[in-house]
Design a protein around this ligand. Structure first.
Ligand code: XIL
Length: 644
């Protein structure tokens, strides 16, 4: 059986669960990570936080096929430190936690880059920019320094032009090339055990750019600058031909004593898919994997995503697409088979050893409709690694899956006895023996008809481009079944999160978007409270705004302040309008503005261009200003400026 689709594999597991099953594929059918591990290499993927939070099919492939992950965006500067010294790690932690749960390593990407770095960094003086860089590296690398999941970092990214000169970036133009050595030293100081890489594109073949990289790495290492590794992005397109000297190029870097790795592989095709184009693409993938296999110092290959459903290619290279291993429906393409077969040398042993038997589950938090289970974890020694657990009821039906040694059951019937057991599964699909069963009885659901009290108005905090944290004053329940938790709804009444405490984390939101949400409490009998009052918050700008904003606090006094200039700088395409959003601390009110039209919704202010300053050519900027009144004891100011 080829693992054509995750659904098919899951079905096979579920249908065989009642019998004694070891769903062991033949060697040629094991997951990519099983073969890669047998060859001593990693096989990685970039992960995007939104599908990781929202799509089971995405998670299943990410965890079963890959043993290394890179955050596609969540660890970049604009995500981790959007404002000076204000760090948000929700997306980065999401990826690291996923990797930890699935026995995967994380490659940190990326610390110092000219792109996806906020405007406040770009406009600093040389002294302040160097301090900001060192602080950023110390904080971001330091956060994961003692976390064994995070093993390496792209310290600097894309520092060369195509002709081999240093890229004319704000880093280079402000600090000269010294920022490169400084960045590596700061990263080494923050985590002495992490492998530190320099990364770039169009350096796969031997050319002016890769030779400049070679000379820089050689020079830095002779100066004892801690450069451990060189990353070759490998964003390839079938229209430009395959870099046939890839292996030779990797080897010349390896001869400098550094590790090499393929960091962002994808292979674009032009126009629509045909079997001929698929075949050419598959050859490119096979060639890259074979080149890495042939070079001892090549640690592995990371692919820049895995499904064409979520690829940066169509947005970035008009007319090109279909660059990855799975199609939009998560079906494997010839490119998958090429990577698989290149990694599978036909002799490596397949993992046929199931994980150890998990402990008997214990049930807690039992309500009339659900319960939490936890159990002693299994271990896996067969090579493919522990992938997670399946939970079954007494008739052998799988009722939940989990990647950790706990699971939450929901949708149960009241006053009913449930007998459940768990089995562990590994990356090759082997299932452990059944754990001992546990029986628990849900609480009675019939007599309690009293709803909990109405919860307080939620307050939004830690707002990022894709998520936010809500918290509210708790409800109480007097009907007998007890407070069970809360549901969170959007303004259309759709339930978007649940929580068992008086706070919730929202993920997978869209950037630069206003969300209005309210909560209802629920009790153990399923009674729902009235709606709380609503709160509106606006997610910060994502990475695609095409414009940047920098705000200057011009003056302030006890009861107010003036922000000016707020400089709006356009990206590369001309535009006819712009909109800046920012957040006012509570109790602050706008008392005047100039050169923009301001609207206020809750704590969010949107400043749109005036009639005369909406047109901005490529790279052009304009300014506006505003004045705010605030309580006289308050020293906070508006923050979170984003441009759309
Ligand atoms: C890309 C991401 O894939 C996109 O989602 C984002 O909008 C832009 O950046 N080189 C890199 C990666 O080092 O970080 C880039 O990722 C692709 C090029």
């Amino acid at each position: 059986m080829k693992w054509r689709s995750v659904a098919a594999a899951a079905l096979a597991l579920a249908s065989a669960a009642a019998t004694v099953l070891v769903a062991t594929p033949a060697s040629a059918d094991a997951a990519l990570r099983v073969h890669a591990q047998a060859r001593g290499k990693f096989i990685g993927t970039a992960l995007a936080t939104s599908p990781l939070a929202n799509e089971t099919a995405y998670r299943n492939i990410a965890q079963s096929e890959f043993n290394q992950v890179t955050a596609e965006n969540a660890m970049k500067w604009s995500d981790t430190e959007p404002n000076d010294n204000q760090y948000t790690f929700s997306g980065a932690d999401q990826i690291v936690n996923f990797a930890t749960a699935n026995n995967q390593q994380v490659h940190g990407h990326t610390l110092v880059w000219h792109s996806q770095t906020p405007g406040w960094v770009q406009n600093l003086s040389a002294t302040n920019m160097r301090t900001a860089m060192n602080d950023h590296i110390a904080t971001v690398v330091g956060r994961y320094a003692s976390n064994p999941t995070v093993v390496s970092w792209d310290v600097v990214n894309e520092v060369f032009e195509e002709n081999g000169s240093f890229r004319s970036s704000f880093w280079y133009n402000t600090l000269g090339s010294s920022f490169i050595a400084d960045a590596f030293r700061a990263a080494r100081a923050a985590d002495p055990d992490a492998r530190l890489c320099i990364n770039d594109y169009n350096v796969e073949g031997i050319n002016a750019k890769s030779t400049a990289m070679y000379n820089l790495v050689s020079q830095l290492r002779s100066q004892n600058v801690p450069v451990d590794c060189v990353g070759f992005q490998s964003h390839l397109s079938t229209q430009y031909g395959f870099p046939n000297d890839l292996q030779q190029n990797l080897q010349r870097f390896a001869n400098l004593g550094v590790q090499v790795r393929i960091t962002e592989l994808d292979v674009r095709i032009q126009g629509s898919r045909t079997s001929a184009k698929d075949a050419t693409q598959a050859t490119y993938y096979r060639n890259v994997v074979n080149a890495c296999l042939a070079v001892t110092a090549c640690a592995g290959v990371t692919i820049w995503g895995f499904t064409d459903k979520y690829s940066w290619v169509p947005d970035t290279f008009p007319g090109e697409g279909f660059a990855l291993l799975y199609d939009n429906n998560y079906s494997q393409k010839p490119s998958y088979t090429a990577v698989h077969d290149a990694l599978d040398d036909g002799t490596n042993p397949t993992d046929t050893t199931p994980p150890t038997t998990p402990g008997a589950p214990t049930a807690s938090g039992i309500t009339s409709s659900g319960a939490s289970l936890s159990w002693t974890a299994s271990t896996d020694s067969g090579g493919s690694g522990l992938a997670g657990y399946n939970v079954y009821n007494s008739s052998g039906t799988q009722i939940a899956t989990s990647t950790t040694n706990s699971a939450t059951l929901s949708g149960l019937s009241a006053s009913t006895a449930y007998t459940v057991y768990v089995r562990a599964r590994d990356g090759a699909g082997n299932l452990s023996s059944n754990s001992t069963s546990t029986t628990f009885t849900t609480t009675g659901g019939s007599s309690d008809t009293t709803a909990p009290t109405t919860p307080g108005t939620p307050a939004a905090s830690s707002i990022t481009s894709s998520g936010a944290t809500l918290s509210w004053t708790a409800s109480t329940d007097s009907g007998g079944s007890g407070l069970a938790g809360y549901n969170v709804y959007n303004s259309g009444g759709t339930q978007i999160a649940t929580s068992t405490t008086n706070s919730a984390t929202l993920t997978g939101l869209s950037a630069s978007t206003a969300y209005t949400v309210y909560v209802r409490a629920r009790d153990g009998a399923g009674n729902l409270s009235s709606n709380s009052a609503s709160v509106t918050f606006t997610t910060t700008g994502g990475s695609t705004g095409g414009c940047t904003v920098a705000a200057t606090l011009q003056t302030q006094w006890g009861g107010g302040y003036v922000v000016q200039p707020v400089t709006v700088t356009n990206g590369s395409s001309a535009r006819t309008s712009w909109a800046i959003t920012f957040t006012l601390p509570s109790g602050h009110t706008i008392v005047g503005s100039w050169n923009a039209v301001l609207t206020v919704s809750g704590n969010t202010v949107t400043a749109r261009n005036a009639a005369y300053n909406g047109n901005l050519g490529s790279g052009a900027s304009t300014t506006f200003g505003f004045q705010v009144a605030r309580p006289s004891s308050d020293t906070s100011t508006a923050s979170g400026y984003t441009c759309a």
